[in-house]
Unconditional design. Structure first.
Length: 164
């Protein structure tokens, strides 16, 4: 089982990612002497119409998916990060933030080490950058809605635009 207390991998493909933050995280990883193959690869950006459904994936590699909880987070333009929920990996059960219980089901496929977030009945308010994140400790509730306990790793997943 992998246990870490430092950032192992920082993956920033989003065009909205702050370059200085990416550089600082890279330097921190070099200074700590840590480098790993841990990856959380997300599905590419999508454009959807209001009312549609989208299913995003987060493919995990470099460790056993069932060793750590996976969180889903989003950031709407000009807004703070929002915690969508956490998948209790290996049990296909999830805990949701109060605003996300009905339209944001999370599922998993352990055999392919993949987590999924679906968003139903899309609205313009769902336009955001969505992230999957691995909790830094295994089997703990300490990171729920607490960003200090997460490795955030992601890219822009989709952007909803009104189609006329």
């Amino acid at each position: 089982m992998v246990r870490t207390s430092v950032l192992l991998y920082f993956f920033c493909k989003s065009p909205t990612c702050d370059l200085k933050v990416c550089q600082m995280m890279f330097i921190v990883s070099l200074l700590t002497g840590v480098w790993s193959e841990i990856k959380l690869d997300q599905s590419p950006s999508e454009v959807k119409r209001p009312g549609d459904t989208v299913k995003m994936s987060c493919v995990i590699s470099g460790y056993s998916m069932t060793d750590y909880y996976i969180h889903w987070i989003r950031q709407r333009p000009g807004k703070a990060l929002e915690w969508i929920g956490r998948m209790n990996t290996g049990s296909n059960s999830a805990i949701y933030g109060s605003s996300f219980q009905s339209r944001f089901p999370m599922t998993e496929d352990v055999s392919s080490s993949t987590q999924y977030l679906q968003v139903k009945s899309l609205t313009a308010e769902d336009s955001a950058v969505y992230f999957c994140a691995r909790e830094s400790t295994d089997g703990s509730d300490s990171a729920k809605e607490n960003w200090s306990g997460l490795f955030i790793s992601g890219e822009e997943v989709f952007f909803v635009k009104t189609m006329l």
